[in-house]
Ligand binder design. Structure first.
Ligand SMILES: Nc1ncnc2c1ncn2[C@@H]1O[C@H](COP(=O)(O)OP(=O)(O)OP(=O)(O)O)[C@@H](O)[C@H]1O
Length: 621
């Protein structure tokens, strides 16, 4: 078959453009990326060869790096799984990773400003070759297939693909035509240094061909099998980049070895930044499984619960059979027990960080708290431990608080843990519904993650104290003692408002469930609350926005009996012939309460007419 010319997927072209034009601060990483891919390719073949040994043949698994100064080429060859035509087109012509499009636009914006630091966090895998090469040629033969293929590109929009007579017997050979300004990468000493820094953890031999002689330039032992004391922070970091396809620093490194009933090694990392696909609907766990040093699968869902999906790393089991199929993993009791051990260990390490380094922990919680809280909802077994780890914004200050701290600040007579739910903590802190709580010195947790609506309902109570939303049911404030020296509320009017309440109820009819005097308002005239057995208002809004719910249930309009406006209206209600005018005011106040909730008035036309009417009457008076 003759040569075919194909175009890169649009996103790939944009990425290549950025790679080629960015002044990348550390171009060395191109070698790490290519060696990392070569090692993955060998891992994949080693696994397949367990069931079909003919695939692997006799050639040992290795990566060979050959610089050729005369030809100005650097060749990276592996004896891994290789790629056929379609895989070359798919893997090297498109970007499959989710979040790439969003990331690219962020990066382009930054590039316009002259900065390119983001690129280092993302990593561009194979394409990083174009940082040092003006042409890249790939020759590959997939294990078990007869034909070989070549792929070639200058990274400028198009690539060619053709059948190749000189493809390796098995695996992939990547030849970089090194750019003028990148000659340093043809120096054996430089290559040695880069491999030692970035790829020493790779478990298979990396060889360098220098002056016709071949030498191994990495330790080539699996990093997780080495004793902790012999592994440097830098090596852990490089391994994290490789195993987690991550480019930030690990925030937490957990290296462990279990012995006894069950034997396994684990090397797990908590990232210091949020991965792009954290909220992808698949909620996929991304921890690799090895069995006795042989790679089995990239993301073993059985190793951790979804609410720990931000954890990266690997587990190497001594007990599983080597030929375990991916289907068998789902029901395997060994994996279930490994998972229990890992979760316990991770939660223990997080608890230690929470105590020893609260500020760092707050950053971790900011990144991953919303994911961990999914565990509160779906994992009853770990609920207590997770409640201990959870942190919240609250009305007590700017920092994060734990439930233990909250409990320590509860007022005498206070029986519940009070919460308010919404989208923005600042706005929640100003909600009318918490005025009375604030006046009594009662702390309210400001919950802004969508999952909060669900776990608070599922958990119900902590340490015997129920979670209670301040926008639902009665406020129970009468039983709670105000702190000594608390500002006494200013003396307010005490005109009875019963008549006004009845009038409002008649005027509003079905638009509300009830109208009642409020215990929870001190400064605002009105607010809305949900009845005890009804759904909390924020949850209802969320479900309606997601089209999971058609109709809103009517709320209770609470009015502040001591507010001057309400007092004035109560006086007016005692006069004959005012019911129509007060009916209009009732609707206006209901709409005002809705607006405070972030909702539009029930009928914007009627709202505008009533407001204009009220203003006109006032001005005319
Ligand atoms: N040496 C190789 N042998 C076999 N397949 C390879 C090789 N190099 C790359 N690939 C294939 O090409 C794909 C794309 O590689 P690329 O490095 O761009 O991304 P990645 O490795 O998936 O992720 P990352 O961007 O994090 O490195 C790989 O997932 C793999 O399937």
């Amino acid at each position: 078959m003759s040569e075919e010319q194909l175009s890169f997927q649009a996103e790939t072209s944009r990425l290549l453009e950025i790679v080629a034009h960015s002044l990348y601060s550390n171009r060395d990483v191109f070698l790490r990326e290519l060696v990392s891919n070569a090692s993955d390719a060998c891992d994949k073949l080693r696994y397949l060869a367990l069931t079909d040994p003919t695939l692997a043949g006799d050639t040992p698994y290795a990566v060979t790096i050959t610089p050729d100064k005369a030809a100005r080429t650097l060749t990276i060859a592996d004896t891994g799984i290789g790629m056929n035509r379609d895989e070359l087109v798919e893997n090297l012509g498109t970007i499959a990773r989710s979040g790439t499009a969003a990331f690219l636009s962020q990066m382009e914006k930054q590039a316009e400003g002259g900065g390119t630091s983001l690129i280092g966090q993302f990593g561009v895998g194979f394409y990083s070759a174009f940082m040092v090469a003006d042409r890249v040629e790939v020759r590959s033969r997939k294990a078990g297939e007869a034909g070989g293929w070549s792929w070639s590109s200058d990274g400028k929009g198009r690539f060619t693909i053709a059948e190749s007579a000189d493809a390796p017997e098995r695996g992939t050979v990547i030849t970089l035509h090194i750019k003028e300004d990148a000659a340093e990468y043809l120096e054996p000493a430089r290559i040695r240094e880069i491999v030692r820094t970035h790829s020493d953890h790779i478990a298979l031999p990396i060889r360098l061909v220098d002056g016709g002689k071949e030498e191994q330039i990495n330790a080539a032992s699996a990093l997780w099998t080495r004793p902790k004391a012999e592994v440097t922070a830098e090596q852990y970091k490089e391994f994290y980049h490789h195993v987690g396809r991550a480019f930030d620093d690990p925030w937490l490194t957990i290296h462990g070895r279990a012995e006894g009933m069950l034997e396994y090694s684990s090397l797990l990392f908590v990232p210091s930044t949020r991965p792009f696909d954290l909220f992808h609907p698949e909620r996929q766990v991304q921890v690799k499984l090895y069995v006795r040093r042989v790679f089995v699968t990239d993301s073993c869902a059985e190793l951790l619960p979804s609410w720990l999906r931000f954890v990266r790393g690997m587990v190497d089991s001594e007990d599983l059979p080597l030929n375990i199929s991916r289907e068998m993993l789902q029901t395997n009791p060994v994996l279930r027990r490994i998972r229990q051990g890992l979760v316990k260990r991770i939660l223990g390490e997080l608890a230690r960080k929470a105590t020893d380094a609260p500020e760092e922990y707050a950053t971790f919680w900011g990144n991953f708290g919303a994911v961990v809280k999914e565990g509160l909802y779906e994992d009853a077994e770990h609920r207590d431990a997770l409640l201990g780890l959870a942190r919240f914004r609250s009305t007590a200050g700017d920092g994060l608080v734990s439930l233990a701290e909250y409990a320590g600040r509860m007022r005498p007579g206070q029986e519940a843990i009070y919460t308010i739910h919404g989208d923005d903590a600042g706005q929640l802190a100003r909600s009318p519904q918490i005025e009375g709580f604030r006046a009594k010195g009662v702390e309210v947790l400001l919950l802004t993650d969508p999952i909060d609506e669900f776990w608070t309902g599922a958990v119900g109570r902590h340490d015997g104290k129920p979670f209670r939303s301040v926008t639902r049911g009665g406020a129970d404030l009468a039983k709670i003692e105000a702190p000594e020296g608390a500002e006494k509320p200013e003396p307010k009017g005490d005109r009875p408002i019963d008549g006004l309440l009845s009038l409002f109820k008649v005027a509003l009819g079905d638009a509300v469930k009830d109208v009642r005097a409020s215990e929870r308002l001190t400064d605002s005239p009105v607010c809305l609350v949900a009845d005890d057995g009804d759904m909390d208002m924020h949850l209802e809004r969320m479900l309606r926005a997601a089209r999971q719910l058609d109709q809103a249930s009517p709320r209770i309009l609470e009015i502040n009996p001591t507010h001057p406006l309400i007092q004035g209206l109560a006086l007016r209600a005692a006069e004959p012939g005012t019911s129509e005018e007060l009916g209009e005011v009732a609707h206006l106040l209901l709409d005002q309460a809705r607006i405070l909730e972030g909702e539009p008035p029930a009928d914007p036309n009627a709202f505008s007419r009533r407001l204009a009417g009220a203003l006109a009457r006032n001005l005319a008076a």
